[in-house]
Write a protein that binds this ligand. Structure first.
Ligand SMILES: *Cc1c(COP(=O)(O)O)cnc(C)c1O
Length: 438
């Protein structure tokens, strides 16, 4: 029964259109709707539930904390929960990785962290411009949206969006064009029309933009370019961070050290809203309250995050498990692609951040997602044309459930392909594919 949602909830709702069940319970990688029907979750709240739904180990701590009347809302007051989080983040995440960052708690959403990061970069450098990349996604508030490529999202805000110049992401023109050379020329040529920017803002793997992966070499070259010209490097690790690509920070294996990092989505560990801006200490030029807010530092999220970090990041067990499962996933998907050689399907990604792209038949991706949902798997699409299906299971998913989900998805793809072959125009009409998104 979805009547109340249809009649009373704003039309702005989106994911529920693609997955029109009424969900009630969830544990680990499984969701259950009101009728008790089970779904395997290959979307995990767009990467917010890396440790699974209602992770029992984290839940225990949250329940204890509530039982003891621990502080839930505290503006940005000092609390024991915040202290424990800061100490744990420093001792288990930052120091062993030789990262020296100060930590800012902006409002609890990802877009707020990006706003703060852009604002800080502008304040520190006294420059206005930010360079962002084609197909990038950084959030929906005006500053972050200005750095987001997608027209569907941009058009609503029209004239508000300024101060950002877009450069081509790695591979934007195919494998043979060096997009660094283009950006370097723009920055170094006094007559290019590009004023020296405050910062370059990027995702190491573009989530919403289609699971586009930047090579380590490209990331290193961007870092060098920034260093040479005294431009700040901001990595938006909101979706790719917190273990999604196999390491806590997605940029670490590339050997780069951003000046500013944004984290959100899974940092709250239990699906609780929280976001962070990490900045090199010398950049911390904020005046008190300059980026203020009521919900800065969600104490329940501190409790959950502290516990998750202690459980999952004190050694490399989780990291190795991610890499192992990623290997299984990609092998399966590549095999599946091979079943349809004429369709030019490709698999890309890093760690458990994987996409299967239907560049030549974009509408099929939505159809596979819809078919998988019918069969009990939540699988989202992404990319400018929704042409990519995105595999983002909780990192803690058991191998057997990963297998089970993949079996369902494989059957869904086969069914969709069969339908498409019977109807050479491309299967279901485009209007259906468009209706469900975004
Ligand atoms: C989701 C996301 C955001 C925005 O986070 P919200 O919490 O939705 O505001 C920003 N950047 C990236 C890379 C994201 O994936």
């Amino acid at each position: 029964m979805t009547t109340i949602f249809d009649s009373h909830e704003s039309k702005v709702r989106s994911y529920c259109r693609a997955f029109p069940a009424v969900f009630k319970n969830a544990v680990g990688a499984e969701l259950f709707d009101e009728s008790g029907r089970r779904y395997i979750d290959f979307f995990a709240g767009a990467g917010t539930l890396n440790y699974g739904h209602n992770n029992p180990l984290i839940k225990r701590r949250i329940l204890d904390y509530i039982q003891q009347d621990g502080i839930i809302h505290g503006l940005d007051l000092h609390t024991t929960a915040k202290r424990a989080f800061l100490e744990t983040f420093e001792n288990i995440i930052l120091r062993p990785r030789h990262l020296n960052y100060k930590i800012q708690f902006p409002g609890p959403t990802g877009t707020n962290a990006v706003e703060a990061a852009m604002k800080l970069a502008r304040k520190v450098t006294g420059r206005n411009g930010i360079v962002a990349f084609t197909n990038g996604y950084h959030g929906m508030t005006a500053g972050a949206l200005a750095a987001t490529g997608n027209t569907y999202h941009r058009q609503v805000s029209g004239s508000l969006l300024n101060g950002v110049t877009f450069a081509p992401y790695d591979g934007y023109f195919g494998p043979d064009v060096d997009t660094i050379q283009y950006l370097r020329k723009l920055i170094e040529d006094d007559s290019s029309g590009l004023d020296k920017p405050a910062a370059v803002l990027l995702e190491t793997v573009q989530g919403e933009g289609g699971v586009n992966v930047a090579s380590f070499k490209w990331l290193q070259q961007i870092e060098s370019l920034c260093r040479e010209h005294d431009i700040l490097l901001i990595v938006d690790d909101i979706q790719a961070g917190c273990g999604r690509t196999g390491t806590f920070f997605s940029f670490k294996p590339a050997g780069i050290t951003p000046d500013i990092v944004t984290l959100s989505k899974s940092i709250g560990a239990y699906g609780l809203p929280m976001s962070l801006v990490l900045m090199k200490p010398e950049l911390d030029c904020w005046e008190p309250g300059e980026h203020n807010g009521t919900f800065r530092g969600n104490n329940l999220a501190f409790v959950a995050a502290t516990e998750a970090i202690r459980i999952y990041w004190t050694d490399n067990t989780l990291s190795l498990a991610i890499q192992h499962k990623a290997h299984l996933l990609r092998r399966r998907l590549r095999k599946l692609c091979d079943e349809f050689p004429a369709h030019g399907l490709t698999v890309r990604g890093r760690g458990l951040f994987v996409g299967m792209a239907f560049e030549q038949f974009p509408q099929l991706a939505r159809q596979v997602s819809a078919e998988a949902f019918q069969r009990g798997v939540i699988l989202e699409t992404c990319g400018a044309r929704d042409q990519v299906i995105k595999f983002l299971p909780p990192l803690i998913i058991e191998e057997t459930m990963l297998d089970e989900g993949l079996e369902v998805i494989s059957d869904s793809l086969r069914t969709v392909m069969q339908q498409a072959n019977n109807n050479p125009a491309g299967g279901l009409p485009d209007s259906i594919a468009q209706e469900v998104h975004p």
